[in-house]
Ligand binder design. Structure first.
Ligand code: NAI
Length: 781
């Protein structure tokens, strides 16, 4: 036999990792586990109904008996977290940093045990849990130890949120724990975390590590159980923030359940990420990248490159080469170091995958060149020839199933890529840097990899847009989700419109202010208007009562003004300066209007106008100064954090007749958004005067749309509108609640204040007016 023949015929021998230590750890724990509350493990449950099993999906064997948390136990965990929080925050960032650093060191010391336990519990190949999951976990704690160290100096205006409820999925059990726990405790919060019911074991090992690292009792609490326990956390009255990673369906329910509760919320949900291959791509690399994009972790990855878009001219060759590569994948025992594809997390998830393929597979050509062994395994699958709108092209399969379609031109690639309700990640493959960097900003996604896929790092923000959720994890931007601005909060009562006096005094010719939609004054669809009186009873005029239809028209106009998001920041700044200048020329007139409407003093009215002009100048200044960042990720590349416009923002203004309007318009349009603003309900007439300022200031039609009318009538259609990307409210508490509830439809971002005033820094406004897109590009050696 020649050496060549040996190489060609050689099969891989099995190289299993020993499970002995991990199994011994389970035995040490008596195979039964309670929760980790207030620094101690609680007694495990024994009664049927209170116990559930941790199983090895590759073999079906039982690994441990776990405890389904009761409401009482969740209460205990929350109480422990509450008790510990103030002290933990007061310790200061530097002292917290030492604890996070110790956690990172201990994760590294126990890396093999964590990796094997993760693989046993989840079914992912040991190669991945060892080299990717656990390594990233350690990196995450190191990185956030650094953030704790720097917090006092770099984030002097931010404070901890309090107690965070964190609910994580089963696809990256320990890594998702790290993504949640590290930034939260670094910033001085305490946590109650619930791992997914399929995969709780590494979280319980982590609890032990917390004891060894000197995490004070109550700072980290871990309760186990299913979605019912998740719900107890979500609805718990003494939790300040919910952070969730999981399915879009559950994310939507959580959005509804937390609406109006005052809890902060971040959602990291599903995806159907496009993997775009242009004909000039390095095909071999693109195929290796694709194997990583969709077969990594059996495709159970929220940002999996699960939708292949390949340029028509190379599609046939690309598919043939891909099928050939797939035929060489090794699928089987996840503990075997030679294995590429392991077990599906649970038979239920396997059934889900099978059902989806049975339902939609016949619409395309199904290729499964690498058979799966018996058991909880699913073969790597390519389904080609699907129409872009086919069910399998749209639904998240969450298994090793790649669906594929073709495109002809870059424009078509962008169009097909964005034809999804999700917006988590995307990959672009081309050897032409101009093409790749032209496409990246056009993709509606929170993360874009150029000539790569599934790259993650603690320094780089991760998270989605659209129905992939909101909020970022990682980097400076990730810390926003675990902190709040410092400063006094006061509750304001919404102003009441002055009521009709017994005798109405009419000073001027009665005038009905119209709505301002698409750069024109528009009559309200309802045909109704409302009389606006001065405090002493003078009739100041009528304001239109906008309705659902007017919101639709205004959103349409705003969507039509997309060009604004593409204008240069310099141009946007010039327009804002111009608005400020024109307002300044009419300052006295606006001050008088404010006095007439509210009855305030001349000095106060003038101050409001001066502040509005100042706000316009401030955000004009910021328009070209909110820098992005080049993140120093530990691989051959940089991760660019680009601040993009959110899109169309709906906003309910507070009761300062002019200031409330300018506060929302200025930051929003400075960052390239278009706005549908609903003016102060009680004092709408300064906002309607403002049209003339807009008309004379080069603001393109549709960029700013102003409605007047009842906030409670308009909140529901605004928040429920599917073409809005975000809704803000500085109106009453009930408006905030309606917005949070109704936004669940397309999971748009919301920023509401429950009728409380707080002094926000310019950067707080800017963060709300932008989405950070992380673009990974190859760079350097
Ligand atoms: P899931 O979203 O139900 O589970 C994620 C976590 O949420 C688990 O800890 C679960 O116990 C908890 N949970 C479930 N219902 C809850 C509720 N009402 N309130 C609070 N917490 C709740 O995901 P599941 O059912 O395990 O998987 C179903 C599908 O979801 C998958 O096939 C996949 O498409 C998607 N998924 C997406 C993930 C992602 O990272 N984007 C992660 C896991 C699942």
């Amino acid at each position: 036999m020649t050496v060549k023949e040996i190489f060609e015929t050689m099969d891989y021998g099995a190289a299993p990792e020993s499970a002995a230590e991990a199994l011994a750890w389970l035995v040490e724990g008596g195979d039964r586990f309670g929760h980790f509350i207030d620094g101690k493990m609680t007694a495990p449950a024994t009664a049927p109904g209170e116990v559930f099993l941790a199983k090895n999906p590759a073999t079906g064997e039982v690994l441990a008996h776990l405890t389904q948390a009761s409401l009482g136990e969740v209460d205990m965990a929350v109480a422990a977290a509450r008790k510990a929080q103030a002290k933990w925050e007061k310790r200061g960032g530097k002292a917290r940093a030492k604890v996070l650093y110790a956690l990172a060191r201990l994760v590294q010391k126990h890396a093999r045990l964590f990796a094997v336990l993760e693989t046993l519990d989840n079914g992912k190949p040991i190669r991945e849990s060892r080299d990717i999951d656990v390594a990233l976990v350690a990196r995450h704690f190191y990185y956030h130890a650094g953030m704790a160290q720097l917090m006092d100096e770099e984030l002097p205006n931010r404070a901890a949120l309090g107690v965070c409820g964190q609910i994580i999925p089963w696809n990256f059990p320990l890594l998702m724990l790290a993504w949640k726990v590290a930034p939260a405790i670094a910033m001085g919060n305490t946590v109650v975390l619930k791992p997914a019911e399929y995969t709780s074991l590494t979280a319980l090992l982590f609890a032990q590590i917390c004891q060894e690292a000197g995490v004070p009792k109550g700072v980290v609490n871990i309760v186990t159980g299913d979605g019912a326990v998740g719900e107890m956390i979500v609805t718990h009255p003494d939790i300040d923030k919910i952070a969730f990673t999981g399915s879009t369906a559950v994310g939507r329910r959580i959005r509804q359940a937390t609406a109006g509760s005052g809890k902060s919320l971040t959602l990291e949900l599903g995806g159907k990420s496009p993997y775009i291959v242009f004909e000039d791509a390095d095909i071999d690399s693109a195929i290796e990248g694709l194997v990583d994009a969709i077969f990594f972790n059996q495709g159970q990855v929220c940002c999996a490159g699960s939708r292949l878009l390949v340029q028509e001219g190379i599609a046939e060759d690309f598919h043939a080469r891909l099928i050939d590569r797939m035929s060489k994948l090794r699928i089987g025992n996840p503990l075997d170091k030679c294995i590429d594809v392991g077990a599906i997390v649970d038979p239920k998830q396997l059934e889900r995958i099978e059902a989806l393929i049975a339902k939609g597979g016949m619409e395309g050509t199904v290729n499964q060149p690498c058979p799966a062994p018996e058991g909880c395994f699913y073969p790597p699958t390519l389904i080609s020839g699907l129409h872009p709108s086919a069910m399998l092209m749209q639904e998240e399969i969450f298994g090793p199933v790649l669906v594929s379609t073709t495109f002809r031109t870059p424009e078509e690639a962008v169009q097909v890529a964005n034809n999804t309700r999700f917006g988590l990640a995307a990959s672009v493959w081309s050897e032409n840097v101009n093409l790749a960097l032209d496409i990246a900003p056009k993709l509606v996604a929170g993360v874009v990899w150029v000539n790569g896929s599934n790259m993650f790092d603690a320094a780089a923000g991760f998270g989605g847009v659209r129905e992939s959720g909101f909020g970022r994890e990682g980097g400076w931007e990730g810390l926003m989700a675990y902190t709040k601005p410092k400063g006094k909060v006061t509750t304001v009562k919404p102003a009441m419109a002055h009521s009709k006096p017994d005798t109405v005094e009419v000073l001027n010719l009665d005038r009905t202010a119209k709505l301002y939609i698409g750069g024109k004054q528009a009559r309200p669809d309802s045909g109704y208007s409302q009389a606006i009186y001065a405090p002493k009873g003078t009739l100041l005029g009528h304001a239109s009562l906008a309705s659902r239809k007017d919101i639709r028209n205004a959103v349409e106009a705003a969507q039509g003004a997309k060009g604004w998001s593409k204008t240069t920041a310099h141009n946007r700044a010039q327009v804002l300066y111009f608005v400020g200048e024109n307002l300044s020329a009419r300052a006295d007139e606006f001050a008088q209007r404010i006095r007439d409407l509210t009855g305030t003093t001349e000095a106060k009215a003038k101050e409001e106008v001066a502040e509005a002009i100042d706000t316009l100048f401030t955000f004009a200044a910021w328009a070209d100064k909110l820098d992005g960042a080049a993140k120093p990720v530990p691989m051959r590349g940089v991760a660019l954090a680009m601040n993009e416009a959110v899109g169309v923002i709906g906003a309910f203004c507070d009761d300062r007749p002019l200031g409330g309007l300018i506060d929302v318009i200025a930051p929003a349009i400075a960052m390239g958004n278009r706005v549908v603003a609903v003016a102060s309900e009680a004092y709408p007439l300064a906002a309607t005067d403002f049209y003339q300022v807009l008309d004379t200031s080069d603001v393109p039609a549709g960029v700013v749309n102003i409605l007047t009318g009842s906030h409670s009538d308009l909140a529901k259609p605004m928040a429920g509108h599917m073409d809005l990307e975000a809704v803000w409210s500085f109106s009453g508490a009930d408006i905030s609640k309606t917005i949070e509830l109704e936004s669940a439809g397309n999971l748009k971002r919301t920023w509401v204040n429950f009728g409380q005033t707080r002094t926000y820094a310019a950067r707080d406004w800017l963060a709300q007016a932008t989405e950070v897109k992380t673009i990974w590009v190859p760079y350097g050696e």
